[in-house]
Design a protein. Structure first.
Length: 179
């Protein structure tokens, strides 16, 4: 539930959201322009980075719009306008970007194709499951339900960590060094 905000409180959130949107837009342009400047084996990962910041930038723009619509200025105080603030944009953003970030991580490792596909699929699916299981807890009103969904969303997170440390840890994927 939103409450009334001082001019400073409202402006702080508005400016942070605006700055974040601008940073995402600038990052997108940078990643697109730098694509040809990196080794060919990393270009796919750079494209994924561009997609991630484009998707995130779009959602931050939508969050900024929703924030602006949720308040009106009255007598020097921002009061709720009656338009609900939609913070679910974060989860839609994460549902798209977190699996992409995991795929990007696998892409920069330059593993054998079969292993790369397997890891990307398993980690991407776990990442999407982690976000999807977290959302019901986010919107739940009671602590028990929030704790249940938080615990359930932690299971795929722990799986991701286990895979990263177990399958990609020292000695499992490091190429032999010549020296």
């Amino acid at each position: 539930m939103l409450s009334d905000l001082s001019l400073e409180q409202y402006s702080l959130v508005y400016n942070i959201l605006s700055f974040t949107f601008a940073a995402m837009l600038a990052s997108f342009v940078y990643f697109v322009l730098m694509r040809q400047q990196v080794a060919p084996k990393y270009r796919g990962a750079l494209v994924m980075s561009a997609i991630v910041v484009a998707v995130a930038g779009y959602h931050y723009f939508r969050i900024l719009e929703s924030w602006s619509a949720a308040f009106t200025l009255q007598d020097g105080v921002y009061v709720t306008s009656g338009v609900p603030f939609n913070d679910a944009y974060r989860y839609v953003d994460w549902l798209l970007t977190v699996p992409l970030l995991v795929a990007e991580l696998v892409a920069v490792l330059a593993l054998a194709r079969a292993r790369s596909i397997s890891l990307t699929f398993r980690l991407g699916l776990a990442a999407a499951l982690m976000i999807a299981l977290g959302f019901p807890g986010e919107i739940a009103a009671d602590t028990g339900t929030r704790a249940l969904w938080g615990t359930l969303s932690t299971i795929p997170f722990v799986y991701i960590l286990w895979v990263l440390f177990r399958e990609l840890g020292a000695g499992h994927s490091a190429p032999a060094r010549r020296g």
